[in-house]
Design a protein around this ligand. Structure first.
Ligand code: 5GP
Ligand code: MN
Length: 334
């Protein structure tokens, strides 16, 4: 049996489904989770969504978000759900560690059958059924493709369609990255035909800034930007004190690193953020710069060729200093 129909068979057979995704939720992890949540509800399945941590404010508007059980603030409920599941969906991540230290133990110890639907490189072997396509724009595109393959598109209600649109939109930078294909646009066209109010989704995600959020981004760009023009690299580093000054909330810097990549001549953009004793690093690139290698080699991370992340447990200054050293070796032609 092909994987699409095998996954349908597993869903039909399951009594208790749980949908999981990676730490630091984004539009694609929330979108793919809720698309299936609404669909499985329609199929009268018992289904819960368990995520490692809460969603950022700019994703709170989506229907079903309030039902997500996050491991960080509702650990007992999340554990019970995971332990009593007989089928677990692993969406938008390629290895168990991506759910974070707290949740990974529960996830790996459960006896539930696991299904992976994901578009990250190098999928680890921990799921019994797998749809992994690293050329896909987003996990939401793969969710749409799966539902099409099993001939259940007519079961998608407006909530599911909106969730799928959200994930494709956010993971493609609003349909502009090389990962966007004719199929991506065909899927989007079909979702609009099924009732998605695309303009409202763009507005809800991109036009709901707080003043602090706008000011933090302005501060980062005007005061903290460093351009290594010879290397075609630009970065900004924000300390915890600076983030606090603008009452930083999760999601406030979303997309900021992409803005840095928008500088003429820049092929790699990096954002460093000091948080709770660690430094979280976001990498974006284009052309022949593949940031996932840099993230993996030096910053305990990974991701896609042009969009990766990592973490450092050294100070912000030391982390940036190391990055500047590593990046010189990383770009050998300069
Ligand atoms: P972001 O910069 O938006 O936090 O992350 C961009 C992408 O990098 C994510 O979609 C994910 O694929 C990857 N990524 C971020 N953080 C990590 C990490 O700590 N480990 C790995 N393997 N990938 C990461
Ligand atoms: Mn994704």
């Amino acid at each position: 049996m092909d994987q699409s129909h095998e996954i349908l068979r597993l869903v039909k057979q399951a009594q208790s489904l749980v949908i999981t995704s990676h730490k630091s939720p984004d539009g694609d992890s929330i979108g793919s989770s809720l698309a299936l949540f609404h669909l499985f509800h329609k199929w009268n399945k018992s289904v819960k969504v368990v995520h490692p941590d809460p969603a950022p404010a700019f994703l709170h508007w989506i229907k079903g978000q309030e039902a997500i059980i996050d491991f960080e603030t509702k650990e007992e409920e999340a554990k019970t759900a995971l332990e009593s599941a007989d089928l677990i969906f692993c969406l938008d991540y390629n290895e168990p560690s991506r759910v974070g230290e707290a949740m990974v133990a529960v996830l790996t110890e459960t006896k539930a059958v696991k299904v992976m639907i994901d578009h990250h490189l190098h999928p680890a072997d921990f799921c019994q059924a797998v749809i992994s396509d690293t050329s896909a724009s987003s996990t939401c595109e793969l969710i749409y493709k799966w539902i099409k393959a099993i001939a259940r598109l007519s079961d998608l209600d407006e909530n599911s369609c909106t969730a799928i649109y959200l994930g494709i939109m956010t993971d493609t930078g609003s349909f502009r990255f090389p990962s966007v294909s004719a199929f991506t646009h065909e899927a989007i066209g079909d979702l609009i035909r099924r009732g998605v109010k695309h303009f409202l989704i763009h507005e809800a995600v991109y036009d709901t800034n707080t003043v602090d959020r706008i000011k933090l981004r302005g501060f980062a760009l005007s005061e903290k930007l460093v351009c290594l023009n010879d290397l075609h690299v630009a970065y900004a580093a924000l300390s915890e004190e600076e983030l606090n000054r603008f009452h930083y909330q999760k999601g406030d810097t979303e997309g900021l690193v992409n803005q840095i990549l928008g500088i003429q001549g820049i092929k790699m953009a990096v954002l460093f953020m000091e948080k709770g004793g660690n430094v979280k690093i976001s990498f974006r690139s284009k052309g022949d710069y593949f940031v996932n290698e840099l993230a993996k080699m030096h910053f305990n991370g990974g991701g896609h060729a042009y969009a990766s992340g990592g973490i450092s447990d050294e100070s912000l200054e030391k982390t940036v200093e190391k990055f500047v050293t590593f990046v010189k070796d990383f770009i050998p032609e300069v």
